[in-house]
Design a protein around this ligand. Structure first.
Ligand SMILES: Cc1ncc(COP(=O)(O)O)c(C=O)c1O
Length: 470
């Protein structure tokens, strides 16, 4: 068995490199950054097989809301495990799925009245795309078969989801396999021209969307977007004015609006659904036609995704003809354990005033990160809800920035994975005063460590800029 990074061949990390094909990883490079062998989790902390702890700054790929091994989710799962771990959802149903669908619909004031279950985020995106096309087909508009997505958007790695994704490193190799989609300007506020506000950028982006819809709406089934924060591209944040404009344009041109809330849902941006921030204060709530949820909905425990749809979409599939139904399925659709975990997550929101506490957490960490405001080495310090990000200035980045930052972070008890030159924090909803100060102090120290490194390895310095890895 090969030795990796000086580790004994019998270590978990070495065995992993020999047997496991890790996700989102160039395995040739993996030995230089051997995987942490995590043996235990508790709250925001992960512990490796040497007993070292790491703060999970990205909530394990944005899934973990209330910490690892949360007592309440554990108890609910143990109960569900002894009652009904799983049963197929075609021809059968079960209380956790029904209750979850009912409660999520209630959170949209009943506007998104039906819930279709799947497992990973990308499968929810596939469902939303297929549903949109099939909806129009059932309504006699089979020409509406194209999709619009935003530049810098990310919706997952399966072929349909990649076709509406614009992150080159994930997409380009498969481009010949992908259906063609329309890409329009991202409302990313970092593109502001001198004198422009974030809302101005949003309106500029919306004008591009309008031009496309005006010309091609007869062929367009749906627009898909990540409301408020485009995550995997590097936490690109935008003004809610874009969501208002997109909603109005989709209504005007009869195009469905899919909100991919896989990363930004479940309170991450300050409201349970990010799209709730679309309406102007005091104005009636506006909603998308389809919403995809995953990641945080099951608290970081089990794969669960779902698509919430308006009743008029659901009703368009009702027919004597089986083929006009939505026949999509996955084996673990609506897994009872995953749904039970999700119900416990919703209990937390209902009982623990999570959104209000998050506002306090957010204010504390923002205050603790204040030194970054005047740090000339970084730009675009930004925050939306429980997401913080900044970009290290291009000339200072150096080779393999994300990897070096990650490794330096490990030394300071952080599990942190920048995306390209964007450093971001998306921590579990567990930040008290002490932890906020600690986290900010460690992030700043890691930044110093990395930017003070010197490079003698010219080969490395000549490497092309590294791709983002979420
Ligand atoms: C906005 C968004 N959509 C879809 C996905 C895909 O989800 P999954 O990785 O669970 O397939 C992700 C994953 O990061 C995401 O951020």
């Amino acid at each position: 068995m090969p030795e990796a990074g000086g580790m004994p061949a019998t270590s978990l990390a070495s065995r992993s490199l020999a047997a496991v094909w890790h996700p989102c990883t160039q395995m040739q490079r993996a030995a230089a950054v051997p995987p942490l062998a995590i043996v235990r989790g508790e709250g925001p902390w992960l512990f490796d097989d040497t007993g070292r702890r790491y703060f999970d700054t990205s909530s394990s790929w944005w899934v973990n809301l209330f910490g690892h091994a949360d007592a309440r989710i554990n108890a609910a799962l143990k109960d569900q495990l002894d009652t009904l771990p799983h049963v197929m959802l075609a021809g059968c149903t079960h209380a956790p799925a029904v209750e979850l669908a009912e409660r999520l619909s209630a959170l949209t004031d009943g506007v998104l009245g039906h819930c279709f279950f799947a497992s990973d985020g990308a499968s929810a995106v596939e469902i939303a795309l297929k549903m949109s096309f099939h909806y129009w087909r059932n309504r006699g508009h089979a020409t509406k078969r194209e999709f619009v997505c935003l530049r810098q958007g990310y919706h997952g790695e399966t072929l349909g989801a990649l076709a509406v994704t614009d992150v080159a490193v994930f997409r380009d190799a498969y481009d010949p396999l992908l259906m063609r989609s329309h890409q329009v300007m991202s409302p990313d506020a970092r593109q502001a021209l001198p004198g422009e506000t974030a809302a101005d950028v949003a309106l500029r982006a919306a004008a591009e969307l309008q031009a496309l819809l005006a010309e091609s709406h007869e062929h367009i089934a749906a627009l898909i977007l990540e409301p408020l924060v485009q995550g995997a591209t590097g936490m690109a944040m935008h003004d809610p004015a874009y969501l208002r404009a997109a909603r109005a344009l989709c209504d005007q041109y009869e195009v469905l609006l899919i909100a991919d809330e896989i990363a930004v849902g479940c309170g991450r941006t300050g409201t349970f659904f990010a799209f709730e921030q679309a309406a102007l204060p005091g104005q009636p709530q506006i909603w998308p036609d389809l919403t995809c949820l995953s990641k945080g909905i099951s608290g970081g425990y089990l794969p669960l995704s779902l698509v919430l749809s308006r009743d008029r979409i659901y009703e368009a599939f009702l027919d004597d003809d089986v083929a006009r139904g939505f026949l999509h399925s996955h084996s673990y659709t609506g897994n009872a354990l995953a749904c039970r975990a999700a119900l416990t997550v919703l209990d937390r929101f209902a009982q623990d005033d999570v959104l209000r506490h998050n506002r306090q957490h957010a204010a504390r960490l923002t205050a603790a990160l204040a030194p970054l405001k005047t740090d000339a080495r970084i730009e675009h310090l930004r925050q939306t809800g429980m997401i913080w990000a900044f970009d290290v200035c291009e000339p200072l980045v150096g080779p393999r920035f994300a990897e070096r930052f990650h490794l330096a972070g490990r030394e300071r008890e952080l599990l942190i994975r920048p995306i390209g030159r964007t450093v971001y924090l998306m921590p579990p909803y567990l930040l008290d005063e002490r932890l906020s100060s600690w986290l900010a102090e460690r992030v700043l120290a890691t930044l110093d460590d990395v930017l003070n490194q010197t490079f003698t390895d010219l080969d490395n310095a000549d490497r092309p800029p590294e791709p983002p890895t979420a």
